[in-house]
Design a protein around this ligand. Structure first.
Ligand code: 5GP
Ligand code: MN
Length: 344
């Protein structure tokens, strides 16, 4: 975003506006942290702002300040559509293409005449937004919202609710400050958020220490199912719908499971295949270390995308077919996988 655009936005935001803020479908910590962080900032500046999530999100995010104000498009369409139609501005956060808001919401966003502002760190963004703050080197959209508020000259307005929301997304998207996109700047931002009232230890507790017994059992099942292909430095696991049902699966329960494969010595590519009988798909998460791009891999073979080291995708087949496809493709990448450096 250049200086002219920033002063445009300053002018736009200098009087109260109707503003809708949208995260991607199946919102994660960064999506909800960034949208709610921006929401509190805009409310503080007297805007009529609202967060509209395409669908529901996991319980471990339901304590976020402002959670009770969030509308969900999937179940509250009639309440949501007027907000979108009357919006002066629509911020789209933590995603790079309207289809990431889900099929129904995609159409409504496309039809909307309001000014769009994108803040996002995913690769290959679409160009629907008049104002685009897209930076794939950023740790998280939450770090970018902090920078955005800074660009507007308003860091002094960041108080505890904003700081808490932004802390959540930086923490979750960096795997608690350990992924390579975590920079000194990220740590400076985190330091500033703690100064402004984010209770770091309590936030960690709220997000990571709210496990149910059945979730840990489900993790155990996923670990039992883990397969390793050492010569391709790859590990993958599966969870069938029957296994999810057996352990009383709830949204968000499988978050982070894919990372365990990557923690194996020598492994640089990990995947988890999760059956979803309701949508009739296999949802896939890919993670990598170093230069092997799971964004490219997922785009090429599994209708997905994301970042170099974290991407999602899907297969509209049964589990066995999806796994067979995955295994049959892997040898094409033998050179990339076997030569890749292990991390950084
Ligand atoms: P996850 O595996 O946690 O669902 O997603 C990992 C990363 O990839 C996240 O940043 C997520 O936003 C992105 N992602 C997940 N699924 C898709 C997809 O189907 N398409 C694209 N473009 N990105 C995805
Ligand atoms: Mn993110």
């Amino acid at each position: 975003m250049n200086k002219a655009q920033i002063s445009d936005l300053k002018a736009l935001l200098s009087s109260p506006k109707n503003i809708v803020i949208v995260p991607h479908r199946n919102p994660d910590g960064d999506a909800m942290g960034s949208t709610l962080g921006l929401y509190h900032y805009l409310k503080l500046n007297n805007h009529n702002a609202i967060v509209i999530a395409p669908n529901d999100y996991p319980n471990f995010l339901k304590w976020l300040p402002g959670d009770d104000t969030v509308l969900k498009f999937e179940t509250q369409q009639n309440d949501c559509i007027p907000h979108i139609e009357n919006a002066d501005l629509i911020f789209t956060l933590d995603f790079n293409a309207f289809h990431r808001a889900g099929h129904q919401m995609e159409e409504v966003l496309e039809a909307s005449k309001s000014t769009k502002i994108m803040i996002d760190h995913h690769q290959q963004p679409d160009d629907y937004a008049k104002y685009m703050y897209s930076d794939v080197t950023m740790s998280s959209t939450c770090e970018m919202v902090y920078n955005f508020i800074d660009m507007l000259g308003d860091t002094q307005k960041i108080e505890a609710t904003i700081a808490t929301c932004l802390y959540v997304g930086i923490m979750t998207d960096t795997g608690s400050f350990r992924f390579p996109a975590t920079t000194t700047k990220t740590h400076h931002v985190i330091g500033s958020l703690i100064e402004k009232g984010a209770d770091n230890s309590q936030i960690h507790n709220n997000i990571y220490d709210s496990n149910s017994y059945s979730r840990l059992q489900l993790l155990g099942r996923a670990m039992q199912n883990l397969k390793v292909i050492p010569e391709l430095r790859t590990a993958y696991t599966t969870l069938s719908q029957a296994e999810l049902d057996q352990y009383n699966f709830k949204k968000g329960d499988t978050e982070g499971f894919v990372n365990y494969g990557l923690s194996l010595e020598g492994i640089i590519f990990a995947a988890i295949f999760i059956e979803n009988k309701q949508d009739n798909i296999i949802k896939i998460s890919f993670r990598s270390k170093g230069e092997f791009s799971v964004n490219e891999f997922s785009r090429a073979h599994f209708h997905g995308g994301g970042h170099t080291n974290a991407a999602g995708g899907r297969s509209e087949t049964d589990m066995e077919t999806a796994i067979n496809k995955f295994i049959s493709i892997l040898p094409q990448y033998k050179k990339d996988l076997s030569q890749a450096q292990n991390g950084h």
